[in-house]
Design a protein around this ligand. Structure first.
Ligand code: ADP
Ligand code: MG
Length: 238
């Protein structure tokens, strides 16, 4: 279960409205990409969904249930930060276990989930290392592992690959797509990279200055961009 609905959601910082009234539904199991230029509100939107920021007005529903004021830890969503958000002094195992310790999940269950996540992410041989002893790609996998063990209703990724080099980015992009195939869990993925958007998404949400320019499948947006902004972003010929 992982349908997320925004109804008439707005966000202002002081007197500046960065998200004008916005409606959007992300279906259960969908891979939804938010794309748009720097400063257009992608992270803010993700943080509103995660509950890390409060909406100024409007409603957020998770599986149809009101969640606008639900604290982040009770929303059943997991945010994947860039790999540098790992704890450098903790082993991979402890980094992955951290959210489960906070949630007071029993030790054997923690162990079971860590083993499963490590297998899924090819980290089994690295559980006793520290983040500093891993490659960039492995560190990013640990960051994803930390989200997987929470068994969330949806994963929220905020430009997770932006500090990896180009070759590694391609590999991680495929790994995240495969993970989605396997788990079939809702994923919301923020990027300013058109290629990531076009290759990973079931649905792309094109944002500009906090509002939605267009929503559609990669093919929809490629074939029928609504305007030059969308066309420019998607790289289609219009
Ligand atoms: P993006 O992730 O698309 O680059 P952001 O969501 O980070 O964009 O930012 C959208 C706008 O909101 C920007 O103009 C940014 O300066 C502003 N903004 C974001 N967070 C804050 C904050 N905590 N306080 C004030 N302004 C903010
Ligand atoms: Mg951002």
């Amino acid at each position: 279960m992982g349908q997320i609905t925004l109804e008439n959601v707005t966000k202002s910082f002081g007197s500046t409205e960065v998200i004008p009234p916005l409606d959007l539904t992300i279906e259960d199991g969908e891979f939804c990409v938010f794309v748009g230029p720097s400063g257009c509100g992608k992270s803010t939107l993700l943080r509103l969904i995660a509950g890390l920021e409060d909406v100024t007005s409007g409603q957020i529903l998770i599986d149809g249930a009101e969640a606008t004021t639900t604290p982040p830890s009770k929303r059943g969503l997991a945010m994947v930060f860039q790999s540098y958000a790992l704890y450098p002094h903790m082993s991979v195992r402890k980094n992955i276990a951290f959210p489960m310790r906070m949630a007071k999940i029993p030790a054997e269950e923690q162990e079971r989930r860590i083993e499963a996540a490590a297998r899924a992410l090819n980290l089994t041989d690295y559980l006793d290392r520290r983040p500093g002893q891993l490659s960039g790609g492995q560190r990013q996998r640990v960051a994803i592992g930390r989200a997987i063990v929470r068994e969330p209703a949806a994963f929220l990724f905020d430009e997770p690959l932006s500090n990896l080099d180009a070759a590694l980015r391609v590999g991680m992009r495929l790994e995240i797509s495969e993970l989605h195939e396997r788990l079939k869990t809702t994923m919301i993925y923020v990027t300013h990279d058109q290629v990531e958007a076009m290759t990973m998404a079931d649905k792309i949400v094109v944002l500009r200055a906090g509002h939605i320019e267009q929503v559609g499948s990669p093919l929809d947006l490629y074939r029928a961009p609504r305007n030059l902004f969308v066309a420019g972003f998607i790289g289609s010929p219009k």
